[in-house]
Design a protein around this ligand. Structure first.
Ligand code: FAD
Length: 563
């Protein structure tokens, strides 16, 4: 099993027709499709279990274009309508940002054509959808013309975030990503796919430095490098770059280290290793504005505070196998009247009750006229931009906005019904503080991302000013509607509430066949990519990943075998 890489002999320790890197929403479908199309398949997975972000996802899957579920519930849709929706340059989000303008038409067309077949394929491979009409729940930018969001039943599978299955009476009505991953994992194993856990791909092996065919990968496991030959092709399904600070800052320099509550972590870390390995053999990136663009859901306001990982749709519970890494569940905020948010300098920066703008989905644009500039006039404009204010920086000459702290008092704790001790809050790692005075609270805030001590006088002034707004019944600084509660009853608290990065929206350049392309616009032979590591198509989530995984698997299996 030897081959030449840049003239050097490579000793392959393992081989298969297709090697898939990553076992999440893209990798598992890619592996199944390839093996069903006649290829032998090895999946390498860096983690100790399969599933990536997909296993902790909400299981909302935006597949349309005429699915059997849409037909059953009388929803008219077609690949052409889906394509038209997802390429409509005229649609903007409520902040004026265009959803669909910067996508690669060829890649969207491939998705539109594969969308409904992918829904049926999931059903055929054991995924159980909740029996209800497709809707727009959990949808992001799925198009204005038809409901396309389907919800996968959690069934009896153990959830990564809780360490238990959902209660039996909710198994067919609760949507969860575990209901996508476990049936696909079972199908892959049944079909003979070899899944190598705790194997992290570090390099691709190509014939020439930046020329010739991709021959295989190098993966490390327990400190040992393993050369795995891919006779037909390698599929990069590594899930994107949200967890790699230097990589993500190529697109947005503000995204510095303090944005450490990346959604999906601490189970699965998307470190750009797929992109970097492919770029090292000549791959190009694609659709990069989609990563910088201000989409409603790419970076989100946390809805749980006092912990590192406060994403709205993912609560880590003590039974989770990774709870020792998550360390706290966080305090779910019911009413943002109960607190103020301050930056690391102790200053308020926004109306705390505001979130961010939403993405477009079926019906968000009333009087939708495809491809008409009037759509922008029909959108309800909402300039709320919590995130830009939170990430604006504090004038200290650095790029990121620094930590954001929720400040509240004992009365707020009572109103919210919070328990302000572990495991609800993370005191040991510096994501939650309390003190008997505001000055002591400011002094107590020690966190590696707090670049300077919070000035006690500034925090005291901020709270005193806010308390005056409560007396006056209005917030002249940021327009918080009738501020309700003073912050005055000790003890006082500071809880981490820093924005969370949710998605990767740009990655490797691919074509409609999910072949990776180089800087000359040429296909890199035998290299494929899909999902969040692929660029050119800013559609959030599972649907695009699963569809692209299938496309990549099918085309890789059809490659000629390398000599
Ligand atoms: C909290 C949360 C909720 C979500 N809810 C929804 C939802 O309801 N609906 C929806 O559509 N989308 C949702 N998403 C998004 C969706 O889960 C992702 O878009 C999708 O899982 C991405 O698929 P992927 O294959 O690109 O990456 P992943 O599913 O993350 O899989 C990538 C895999 O590659 C592995 N890997 C990475 N690097 C290497 C390497 N070098 N070597 C080997 N293996 C490697 C990772 O460990 C991981 O297992 C959610 C995401 C999160 C975090």
């Amino acid at each position: 099993m030897d081959a030449k890489n840049r003239g050097i002999e490579v000793n392959w320790e393992l081989e298969a027709d297709v090697v898939v890197v990553g076992s999440g929403a893209t990798g598992l479908p890619a592996a199944i499709q390839a093996v069903e199309d006649g290829a032998s398949v090895i999946v390498v997975e860096a983690n100790w279990d399969v599933g990536g972000h997909a296993i902790v996802s909400g299981g909302n899957v935006a597949l349309g274009g005429g699915t059997s579920a849409q037909k059953k519930y009388g929803i008219e849709d077609s690949p052409d309508l889906l394509y038209s929706d997802l390429t409509d340059w005229s649609v903007v989000e409520p902040n004026g940002f265009p959803d669909y303008r910067y996508n690669d038409r060829e890649i969207v067309r491939a998705f539109a054509d594969n969308s409904a077949p992918t829904y049926e394929w999931l059903v055929d491979h054991g995924v159980v959808f909740i029996d209800e009409s497709p809707d727009s729940r959990g949808a992001h930018a799925t198009g204005n013309s038809a409901h396309r969001e389907n919800h996968v039943a959690a069934m009896g599978w153990t959830q990564m975030e809780t360490g238990r299955p959902v209660p039996a009476d909710q198994a067919t009505t609760t949507s969860s990503g575990v209901g996508v991953v476990r049936p696909l994992e079972a199908a892959a194993r049944r079909l003979g796919v070899q899944i190598l856990l705790r194997h992290r791909m570090t390099n691709l092996v190509r014939e020439g430095d930046k020329s010739g065919r991709v021959l295989g990968i190098i993966a490390t496991s327990q400190g040992r490098a393993l050369h795995i030959r891919a006779k037909k092709g390698v599929i990069i399904a590594t899930g994107g770059s949200t967890g790699n600070v230097n990589f993500r800052r190529m697109f947005d320099p503000r995204l510095t280290e303090e944005y450490c509550g990346v959604a999906g972590e601490p189970y699965s870390f998307q470190d750009a290793s797929g992109e970097l390995a492919a770029m090292a053999v000549g791959a190009s990136l694609w659709g990069l504005f989609n990563q910088t663009g201000e989409f409603g859901a790419a970076i989100v306001k946390p809805s749980k505070i006092g912990c590192q990982y406060g994403h709205t749709n993912l609560t880590w519970r003590p039974g989770s196998p990774v709870f020792h890494l998550a360390r706290a569940t966080g305090l779910a905020v019911r009413d943002y009247q109960d607190l103020i948010l301050v930056n690391q300098a102790g200053r308020r920066f926004y109306d705390e009750t505001k979130g961010q703008f939403t993405a477009n989905k079926c019906g968000s644009l009333e009087n939708y006229i495809p491809r008409s500039y009037r759509n922008a006039a029909n959108i309800k404009f909402d300039p709320s931009n919590y995130l830009n204010a939170a990430m604006a920086g504090t004038g200290d000459g650095t790029n990121g906005g620094g930590p954001i702290w929720a400040i509240f008092d004992s009365q707020a704790v009572r109103r919210e019904g919070w328990t302000v001790t572990p495991p609800y809050v993370d005191i040991d790692a510096g994501f939650f503080f309390s003190a008997d005075t505001l000055a002591n609270l400011a002094a107590s805030i020690i966190n590696k991302h707090q670049r300077r001590p919070m000035p006690a006088g500034v925090l005291q002034d901020t709270v005193a000013g806010y308390n005056r707004f409560v007396d006056a019944g209005r917030d002249p600084d940021f327009g918080k509607p009738a501020p309700k509660y003073k912050i005055q009853s000790p003890p006082f608290y500071a809880a981490w509430s820093t924005p969370i990065i949710h998605d990767t929206r740009a990655g490797l350049r691919i074509n409609a066949r999910c072949q990776v392309m180089d800087f000359d616009g040429e296909v890199i032979p035998a290299l494929y990519c899909g999902g969040e590591s692929a660029g050119g198509f800013s559609l959030h989530g599972l649907a695009r990943c699963i569809a692209q995984g299938r496309i990549a698997g099918r085309n890789a299996a059809a490659e000629s075998t390398s000599a």
